[in-house]
Design a binder for this molecule. Structure first.
Ligand SMILES: Nc1nc2c(ncn2[C@@H]2O[C@H](COP(=O)(O)OP(=O)(O)OP(=O)(O)O)[C@@H](O)[C@H]2O)c(=O)[nH]1
Length: 586
């Protein structure tokens, strides 16, 4: 390529011109010159490479020969502007070469070339292909936008700190957390922005990263903008910046919710454990295969076991007798109950346990329900020993229906038996009888020997009475020294029933009239035995198949007893109805 007059400057030697030519050819930029007609008068090698043409195909040719029409028109307008105004033009332009047709971006500087007499004789220019630079800028711009989007939307707090621990960059979330604008944070240290203790903790973390140069991750805790502590999982590492001092780049994720959930799980686990272990009731967990997977101390005690190893992996049937109280085999009943728990979610039932160690059986109440434990559905069974409750129930029943001194049924239970006997009599057509009796001269035993002796006598009366009746009959104590005997299914006719009941009444009267030998401790703790004579006055009434109510029947017997008492005691009187009584004493 030769440098023509447009570029030549007077005074250069041929060698110098050659050197200049070589230098211009070695430039990465395209260098060109044109005359006033727009014909290329000089181009360097880079220009030829750019248009994909040889030197001779360029020099002396026009824009239209080298570029597509649109590009050529644009470039022509620029050229004319330079020539018309005489000004230097610098601009970015896009060109599509004829060769390959790729669109490139150029930064072009064009300036006028003046002739010897100061007139413009053409223009020269330098074009630098900045396509890749422009792409990098586009990429940078896109990356910046993406980063902004990320920083604004990702639930993380991003920050960069210098070696002096001052913030260089903070994402919007950091600003939100610290309740300051980024401008109020950048250039400041944590010591200036956070409470002392928090700043110390954060600094210690940062120091570790700066000192070791190793990426660190860990938990941090800061006071939140809305109060309360907020927990973060922070990852920090050094950011190498060439010649610049390293700085720290960090990302902290807010894990408060997770942390609180973990704490809640941990505390509910603790609560569960406390309740589980502290429960006075036995608590057992069964897996899907109905094997015990956990139990508390109370359960071990209930089952008579010394350690969990004796329980875990075994089934409820392993701790049960072959048959339950209802007569159903334990294995069948257990399967039925487990089915119910599975379908209804819970079930409460009584269960007979057999302790493997000593073979003892005890009744327990089981409250079982399906629960979700660590993602697995298990059965939680609370087992309560019913022995004590059953004892209480028996005691309450005893108090409610039995006389505490003699253990005989009391008035309430007597009436219950009587109403059943009346119903039975109606069905069977058999007569029954009620014998009301009151001891004669009982009071003196209390007066002479004290109530202890009187109590003994009353107990002895109860014992003697029981000897004269069948299992289906009832002997009850109505109170004081008054007793009543209920005879059921006595006879199908009234006469036969009279005779039969009379025989029983006479035996009772004779037996109760026998001497009572009473042994008791005196107030001086001396055991003494006394004898006492007393008898009983008896009033009797029959109840026919279609008789009155229980109260009426008892009143009639009571009335007859008073007649017997009035007749001199130790007598038997029969109530015949309508207030009529007859002595049956032989
Ligand atoms: N030891 C004792 N005495 C009782 C009890 N309940 C009532 N008594 C006494 O029993 C006596 C009953 O009185 P009464 O029936 O009048 O005595 P009684 O000597 O049999 O008189 P008569 O029936 O007229 O022959 C009273 O003195 C009561 O205090 C008891 O549970 N234990």
């Amino acid at each position: 390529m030769e440098i023509n007059g447009l570029l030549s400057t007077g005074g250069l030697t041929h060698n110098e011109m050659q050197l200049l030519q070589t230098a211009i050819d070695s430039l990465g930029a395209s260098v060109f010159a044109k005359d006033l007609n727009g014909r290329y008068t000089f181009v360097n090698r880079a220009f030829c490479d750019m248009v994909g043409a040889k030197l001779e195909e360029v020099v002396g040719h026009l824009l239209e020969d080298l570029f597509d029409p649109i590009t050529a028109t644009q470039l022509r307008e620029d050229d004319l502007r330079v020539i018309a105004t005489g000004q230097t033009v610098e601009q970015k332009e896009y060109r599509r070469t004829k060769v390959g047709g790729e669109r490139h971006q150029y930064l072009t500087v064009k300036r006028p070339v003046y002739g010897r007499y100061g007139n413009i004789i053409g223009l020269s220019g330098v074009s630098l292909d900045v396509t890749s630079t422009a792409q990098v800028e586009v990429l940078l711009s896109e990356s910046r936008q993406f980063l902004d989007l990320l920083l604004s939307n990702v639930d993380g707090h991003f920050y960069i700190k210098g070696q002096d621990r001052r913030y260089i960059f903070v994402s919007p979330k950091v600003a939100e957390l610290l309740q300051r604008s980024p401008e109020q944070i950048i250039g400041h240290t944590d010591a200036e922005l956070l409470p002392e203790l928090e700043a110390q903790r954060v600094n210690a973390f940062d120091d570790m990263v700066f000192e070791t140069g190793v990426r660190k991750a860990g938990e941090e805790c800061l006071a939140g903008s809305r109060g309360g502590l907020r927990y973060f999982w922070s990852v920090k590492q050094l950011l190498r910046r060439g010649n610049q001092p390293d700085c720290l780049i960090g990302m902290s994720m807010d894990i408060t919710e997770l942390k609180l959930a973990q704490q809640a799980v941990a505390s509910s686990e603790t609560r569960f454990r406390t309740l589980f272990e502290g429960s006075r009731d036995g608590v057992l967990l069964l897996d899907q295969k109905k094997h015990f997977i956990d139990c508390n101390q109370a359960a071990l005690e209930l089952l008579g076991l010394t350690g969990k190893a004796d329980c875990l992996g075994r089934t409820p049937v392993d701790f049960s007798p072959p048959v339950q109280a209802c007569g159903t085999p334990s294995v069948d009943l257990a399967a039925r109950y487990i089915d119910t728990i599975n379908t209804e979610g819970k079930h409460r039932f009584d269960w007979l346990i057999k302790r493997p160690q000593d073979g003892a059986t005890l009744t327990v109440e089981v409250s079982a329900s399906m629960v979700d434990l660590d993602g697995e559905t298990v059965i939680l069974a609370t087992v309560r020993d019913l022995t004590e409750r059953m004892q209480y129930e028996v005691a309450i029943h005893q108090l409610a229906y039995y006389d505490a001194l003699t253990d005989l049924p009391n008035r309430r239970l007597f009436f219950d038996h009587l109403s059943k006997a009346l119903a039975l009599s109606q069905r069977s057509g058999l007569f029954g009888a009620v014998i009301y009796l009151d001891l004669d001269n009982f009071k003196p035993v209390n007066d002479r020997y004290g109530h202890i002796a009187g109590d003994l006598l009353l107990k002895e009366v109860a014992r003697r009475l029981a000897e004269h009746v069948r299992d289906q009959d009832t002997v009850a104590r109505l109170g004081g020294d008054e007793f009543v005997v209920l005879l059921v299914n006595v006879a199908p006719t009234q006469d036969a029933a009279w005779q039969q009941a009379k025989r029983v009444a006479e035996r009772i009267r004779d037996d109760l009239a026998k001497t009572y030998s009473l042994t008791f401790d005196t107030d001086e703790q001396i055991q003494t035995t006394v004898e006492h004579h007393c008898s009983a006055s008896l009033g009797m009434t029959l109840f026919p198949p279609c008789g009155e109510c229980g109260e009426t029947i008892l009143r009639r017997a009571d009335n007859a007893m008073y007649q017997a008492k009035a007749a001199g005691r130790n007598q038997i009187y029969l109530d015949e109805g309508c207030g009529q009584t007859t002595s049956l004493t032989s």
